[in-house]
Design a protein around this ligand. Structure first.
Ligand code: SF4
Ligand code: SF4
Length: 108
């Protein structure tokens, strides 16, 4: 037996185990573990109610009230693309990633 054929034989002897099946019946919850969340802040004092942010947000997170003032309707849809922040002519909108709250240890 040549060294090459021996190596081939050794590698074919290694048994690769398939991953254990998930028998829980529920779909894997990968989205909630990986999806980032964002906070959208609107500085009303700087906003001139042009409506650009609401009109062009690709996820329709921002709406306008009856006076044309934007408000955040749905933060969970925000992808953090930054379009609104970049295109607001008055720098009146800011988007940043929400961090998980730090849990302080308690004293018993
Ligand atoms: S960051 Fe993007 S998705 Fe989020 S509110 Fe602004 S435009 Fe919409
Ligand atoms: S783009 Fe800026 S100025 Fe225009 S409505 Fe939105 S926050 Fe206000």
């Amino acid at each position: 037996m040549t060294p090459k054929s021996k190596a081939k034989q050794d590698s074919s002897e290694k048994k690769i185990e398939p991953p254990a099946p998930d028998l829980s019946g529920s779909a894997p919850d990968t989205a909630s573990k990986t999806k980032k969340k964002y906070t959208i802040e609107i500085y009303k004092g700087w906003c001139k109610c042009c409506g650009i942010c609401a009109a062009f947000c690709p996820r329709e997170c921002i709406r306008l009230d009856e006076e044309g003032m934007p408000f955040v309707e749905e933060t969970d849809r925000c992808t953090g693309c930054g379009w609104c922040e970049l295109h607001c002519p008055d720098f009146a909108i800011s988007v940043h990633e929400r961090r998980a709250k730090r849990i302080e240890p308690t004293e018993d």
